[in-house]
Design a protein around this ligand. Structure first.
Ligand SMILES: [Zn+2]
Length: 493
């Protein structure tokens, strides 16, 4: 029996505005799509929070025993400046400014994205497709939408006809907007605008002569609209209908709204069962923005090289800080808040580290099963990680009481307690005990340093059998001693 059969998960569905019992389309399997980054600059800490939230969700679904196919794309074409319909491609612009090939820009920032996410201990998605790798699929979808009559071609570009779609479907249902209000609130179409209505969005844009990222199509050389890639890749890898679509709150409109319209126009039914949106991260109470200087890069957090911070913080401390808030709430980052999280994180790691040595008794004075279920109840309530964290600190309290002899635990309960604590902290929240890894490497250096000193003394006393024994036995353990002009150093082989 899988855990998901006994742990009833509820998720907040942005589409209905309600917490719903999570029932995937096929029992035991979950298809999840999350909008990935546009790789034209270093990944933003706010985006890291979004991806970390969905990493926690991915981890929990897997923990419950679901077989999860998690698709997170890389946007490497088609995303125009200001998320607008006109304007320069974000990647092409960066390539022009830095005199690089667009694919050099893509490579550079994809590597940066992966390296930061790895530091935060995010699991890789099952598939990470790119927009440029799916041009053919995108063209096929446009043909399909044209055939169904929900798009029109003009001067080598193809636009989605929002008004026509809205006659039979409901455009705006995810973001709670009404097309009539949108029309009333927009200015007249500019004279040079070729769209029928300002609400229409591009499925394919004609490439002007200077546009470097271009592909041939039935409508001439051009490039796909930004919203289209997610419809193409989610359909290809997860099917016409799948379980979870996630992304940042800021993508609800227009991006996700347009995804729904495209898929419904193509297939005649809704693409997604549960829409999940992660909220934003602010810095010292204000929106993060490069232009105002109220901004911090992930690497600056780890090195402490930003005057917003008094010191560096490890990726796990930052992750713990993020997990202490619910993913649908706005979270404000500040030096004080991080410093408080660091103290909490250390307390938690110290307590976990001491669990193996807890004394056991003939009976338990507290109910480990009940504590464990409280942790699951928190996660089952729309992934309530702050509630889970509170339950972990309840465990820290118990651990200390057991040490002081004020609470008792049986050997069997102790094993369950340790195992559950590890599941919650390391498997589900994705934390790592980085401080202890650092501490261990410090300890290793001191121990090997001591052995090097003893070996030097043995050599000075011409006791070569001892000095050789130290060198050879360390080598057997994979620790290589290297004698140089300035003394002996060691390396791990
Ligand atoms: Zn998307």
């Amino acid at each position: 029996m899988s855990l998901y059969q006994t742990q009833k998960l509820k998720v907040y569905n942005s589409l209905t505005g309600e917490k719903e019992v999570f029932e995937p389309l096929s029992e035991g399997y979950v298809g999840m799509y999350v909008c990935g980054p546009t790789v034209y600059s270093n990944v933003h800490l706010g985006n890291c929070r979004t991806f970390m939230s969905f990493d926690m969700i991915f981890r929990y679904l897997k923990h419950l025993g679901y077989k999860v196919r998690y698709v997170r794309n890389i946007t490497d074409a088609g995303h125009l400046e200001n998320d607008a319909e006109d304007g320069e491609d974000k990647i092409a612009k960066k390539a022009r400014l830095e005199q690089l090939e667009p694919m050099e820009v893509v490579q550079q920032y994809t590597l940066d994205f992966h390296s930061i996410l790895q530091k935060f201990n995010l699991l890789p998605p099952s598939i990470e497709p790119t927009a440029t790798g799916h041009i053919i699929e995108q063209i096929e979808i446009i043909k399909n939408i044209l055939e169904k009559g929900y798009a029109y071609e003009i001067n080598g570009s193809v636009y989605f006809d929002v008004e026509k779609f809205n006659k039979t479907n409901e455009y705006g249902k995810l973001s709670g907007r009404k097309l009539e209000d949108m029309i009333a609130n927009t200015r007249e179409l500019a004279a040079q605008d070729e769209k029928k209505s300002p609400q229409d969005f591009a499925l394919w844009k004609k490439a002007e002569a200077q546009h470097i990222m271009r592909w041939p199509s039935p409508w001439g050389d051009g490039f796909p609209g930004w919203h289209l890639e997610c419809t193409a890749m989610s359909t290809k890898y997860l099917g016409e209908t799948f379980d979870i679509h996630g992304g940042g709150m800021d993508l609800k409109f227009p991006h996700h709204e347009c995804e729904i319209a495209q898929a419904e126009a193509c297939n005649g039914h809704a693409p997604v069962k549960y829409w999940l949106h992660a909220n934003m991260l602010t810095l010292n109470g204000k929106k993060m923005a490069k232009s105002t200087g109220n901004n911090i890069l992930p690497n600056e957090m780890f090195s402490g090289e930003n005057n917003i911070l008094s010191k560096p913080y490890t990726p796990s401390v930052v992750r713990f800080f993020m997990m202490q808030a619910h993913y649908t709430s706005i979270l404000d980052l500040s030096d004080e808040a991080l410093s408080a999280s660091e103290k909490g994180f250390q307390k938690l790691m110290d307590a976990i580290g001491s669990m193996d040595n807890l004394p056991t008794s003939a009976s338990s004075s507290f109910n480990v099963e009940e504590w464990k279920q409280k942790g699951y109840d928190a996660m089952n309530d729309d992934f309530n990680t702050p509630m889970l964290t509170a339950n972990l600190f309840e465990a820290v309290k118990r651990i200390n009481l057991i040490k002081e002899g004020k609470e008792t635990i049986t050997q069997k309960d102790k094993e369950l307690f340790i195992e559950t604590m590890h599941s919650f902290v390391f498997d589900i929240l994705g934390l790592e005990n980085q401080n202890s890894a650092m501490l261990n490497s410090d300890k290793l250096s001191s121990v090997v340093g001591l052995l090097i000193q003893l070996r030097n003394e043995a050599r000075a006393n011409k006791d070569f059998s001892t000095s050789d024994k130290i060198r050879d036995q360390l080598a057997e353990m994979g620790i290589q001693l290297n004698d140089g002009k300035d003394g002996t150093t060691f390396s791990l082989s």
